[in-house]
Design a protein around this ligand. Structure first.
Ligand code: UD1
Length: 432
């Protein structure tokens, strides 16, 4: 199994470049299926989730040309096939966007129930509710989702989401782009990647309005044309480096970011005694003195992101006092706490709240990356611990962080990546 060996105790100094937003990219690649032309996407993050999605759409017949390491051209004009490789789809959460894209393009879809990180039950009932309201017949049977638009084309509809869902908002938006008439999504999620997906679709000829508010209106068009689009910087990747500096100490300039997207994270860091200096498209994070405790509740955007919960909880292990972290989005997102306890953390979880008593130090230990963000949190813990931390299951981390260890090593971290010769070598799509 691939592992990272982290020799803790080094402060972080220097500059780091943030890559394109994972959660925008994983929706745009399936959405490219609907484009009648060449879709050039820039600032594409080089992570295994985007590789996986590109290999899924290329198995469907998409032609993918790599222009440079972060620019791809996707041409789906010759895709006539609805039969996606199910073993791959099952491994990735964002494969649910293929339902919306295939319904929009072909009027039918067959996919597996999505995989991805396990934070407890991850239903897709709101996605299905949206597709059904637009006139699709949807059946979930034996782990597969079968969907068919009555009359071969979806119809615009008014859809009120019972839960603020990022995935349902984006999936319905994709499906509605080429539906007949107007779709209105109410109680929509407002994350930056939702706005980015809408901008991407509009740059290809769609008519999506209101993304970033809780009401999104999509006027269906007959066709999407090719175009060029550059993905926004990844809010969570940037936040993860901010939290790493807060925990390990030092001073790092984090480049290629949108400071507005980081306000909720910056505000918590300031409460914790960290200096955060905002520049136009960069942020400088500095921590010299002790960390102060704070209370955090994760919420949909613009609240504090759930995808930053393991990282801030880890930083708070080093604070001078007691912090309360409450998870407001997922039922079960504290599995990593057991791993932190192996390193000496003092955390008690009761329901959706973690009570974190700061400790003077953590001690290196073998720990597992339970999921993508929990894995990043283990690396942060390792950066600050005394001795060597061995992080296993790092494939979770590589799903969503481009060159995580390389970027940290360039900031002064002492990390050795151990590749298991028995694990199949990962040849990223971008490399071919
Ligand atoms: C996306 C992100 C994930 C992030 C989450 C919340 C991707 C690929 N993943 O996941 O990293 O943690 O947003 O910011 O973009 N729910 C339902 N029914 C549904 C859909 C969701 O009940 O049909 C519930 C979920 O169980 C959860 C909440 O709504 O409690 C939010 O889920 P959602 O925003 O949909 O998360 P994802 O899109 O899966």
């Amino acid at each position: 199994m691939d592992r990272y060996l982290i020799n803790g105790g080094k402060k972080l100094y220097g500059e780091v470049e943030i890559s394109g937003a994972k959660n925008a990219a994983v929706a745009m690649i399936p959405a490219a299926l609907m484009v009648d032309g060449v879709c050039r996407i820039e600032n594409m993050p080089q992570i295994s989730d985007t590789d996986m999605l590109m290999s899924i759409i290329s198995a469907l017949g998409a032609k993918i040309k790599v222009i440079d390491p972060t620019t791809v051209e996707i041409d789906c004009r010759s895709v006539h096939n609805c039969d996606a490789p199910y073993d791959k789809m099952r491994r990735i959460r964002a494969s649910y966007y293929l339902i919306g894209a295939m319904l929009g393009r072909f009027g039918c879809a067959k996919t597996t129930m999505p995989g991805g990180c396990n934070f407890g039950v991850r239903p897709i009932d709101q996605h299905i509710k949206g597709m059904v309201a637009m006139g699709a017949k949807v059946e979930v049977k034996n782990g597969f989702v079968y969907a068919e638009a009555r009359g071969g084309r979806l119809n615009g509809a008014r859809i009120y989401l019972d839960k603020v869902s990022v995935g349902a908002t984006m999936n319905i938006m994709i499906a509605a782009v080429m539906a007949s008439g107007r779709t209105v999504i109410e109680n929509a999620a407002r994350e930056p990647h939702i706005v980015d997906l809408a901008n991407f679709l509009n740059s290809m000829g769609a008519d999506v309005r209101g993304a970033g508010t809780d009401t999104i209106k999509v006027n269906g068009v007959e066709r999407l044309h090719g175009g060029t689009y550059s993905i926004i910087p990844d809010q969570i990747e940037a936040g993860t480096y901010m939290m790493a500096v807060a925990a390990a100490g030092g001073e790092v300039r984090i480049n290629n970011i949108i400071p507005k997207h980081l306000e909720c994270i910056s505000a918590k860091l300031v409460e914790m005694g960290v200096d955060v200096e905002e520049l136009e498209d960069a942020v400088i994070v500095r921590r010299e003195g002790p960390l102060r405790p704070t209370n955090v509740k994760t919420l949909p955007y613009p609240g504090f992101p759930t995808d930053m919960q393991p990282q801030i909880s880890t930083a708070l292990c080093f604070a001078n006092g007691t912090s309360f972290v409450t998870e407001g989005v997922w039922d079960n997102r504290y599995k990593y706490v057991n791993e932190l306890r192996k390193m000496g953390a003092n955390i008690e979880v009761s329901g959706r709240t973690a009570v974190i008593e700061g400790v003077p130090c953590l001690t290196g230990a073998p720990v597992a990356a339970c999921d993508l963000r929990a894995g990043a949190a283990m690396v942060i813990a390792g950066l600050c611990a005394n001795g060597v931390t061995e992080v296993e299951d790092v494939h979770f981390i590589e799903r969503g962080y481009e060159d995580f260890t390389g970027k940290l090593i360039r900031l002064g971290a002492d990390i050795t990546v151990v590749r298991d010769p028995d694990e199949p070598e990962k040849v990223p799509m971008f490399a071919v």
